[in-house]
Design a protein. Structure first.
Lengths: 112, 197
């Protein structure tokens, strides 16, 4: 459009592109390069630290689990002696009475 | 369509594909911790990034801060970058969103006048007239929505192509055309006395 062209010419006659010196841009780029180097280095060491912490935590958890004393599985004999009687022990006693053991087991079951 | 035009368009497409591939390779190196690769990207985009930042904020130091802040965000979020996509639009998107927010959020220092490209021996009355016309243009531009003002300044003063502006603002070419058309309509209306005198 003709009026655009005329206005454009006037505008460009009084205003122009954003002024930037090459030296000024280099300075800014160097500053950004320094900061980004630090950020990337920090990111790398953070990743390494996070991995180390993860491995250490996993190892500690595994050791802790290994150190937990194992409880012996409940047995009928144990139940008779007053140890914990699992439902399974009780059932085993019920289906396999031998020498009157089921009576004792039934008594323990009732008691619990 | 003329064969020469088709060839030009095909060449431009090939160049764009090659650029994306090259920049993806650079970003992959940055993701692996290569600081030099990031430096290459910074130096490739810093001039245009500064231009956009200055147009948004109107002040050299604010623009520098915005550019620096943008590149630091890019470093921190580099793992989020999808390889195979162009780097420029990603950078501009962060820069422009932060720039527009900064304009809204903080009371910016007074807009710094761009250095004048006139020689020292310009007649004082001529310099005064130029300053007056420039002020009228800036007043007219301030009536435009921020994105529209940015579009028209980047195209008319800074030599961006419509495609570059579309990429930077993440809008279609048609939207850029509409912004330019609408901006000129406003400028023509507000600055009509300038043309008629």
């Amino acid at each position: 459009m003709r009026s655009n062209a005329r206005l454009r010419a006037i505008w460009r006659g009084v205003d122009g592109p954003v002024p930037m010196g090459e030296a000024h841009l280099n300075q800014l780029a160097s500053r950004i390069a320094d900061d980004s180097r630090r950020a990337l280095r920090a990111r790398k060491s953070w990743t390494r630290a996070a991995l180390s912490i993860g491995f250490a935590a996993a190892a500690a958890a595994a050791m802790a689990i290994a150190m937990i004393p194992k409880r012996p599985a409940p047995t009928l004999l144990g139940a008779i002696k007053g140890d914990e009687a699992s439902a399974r022990t009780f059932e085993v006693a019920m289906v396999g009475p031998r020498d009157g053991a089921w009576v004792i087991a039934a008594a323990i079951g009732t008691d619990r | 369509v003329e064969p020469a035009l088709v060839r030009t368009e095909a060449a431009a497409r090939d160049a764009a594909v090659a650029l994306v591939a090259e920049e993806s390779a650079l970003v992959a190196r940055v993701q692996a911790g290569d600081t030099e690769a990031f430096d290459i990207l910074v130096r490739r985009y810093i001039r245009r990034a500064f231009t956009v930042a200055f147009r948004l904020l109107g002040h050299r130091e604010d623009a520098e801060d915005l550019v620096q802040e943008t590149f630091m965000i890019l470093v921190r979020q580099i793992d989020d970058f999808q390889l195979g996509r162009p780097f420029g639009p990603w950078m501009y998107r962060i820069l422009i969103n932060r720039g527009l927010n900064a304009r809204k959020a903080r009371a910016l220092r007074r807009t710094e006048a761009l250095p004048e490209d006139v020689s020292g021996d310009e007649a004082p009355d001529l310099a005064l007239e130029r300053a007056e016309v420039r002020a009228r243009f800036r007043a007219a531009l301030s009536k435009l929505p921020p994105r529209q003002k940015l579009v028209v300044e980047l195209i008319e003063l800074d030599g961006f192509t419509r495609g570059e502006v579309a990429d930077a603002l993440d809008i279609s070419d048609a939207t850029v055309r509409w912004h330019v058309h609408d901006a000129w309509r406003t400028l023509r209306r507000v600055l009509a006395p300038l043309v008629s005198r």
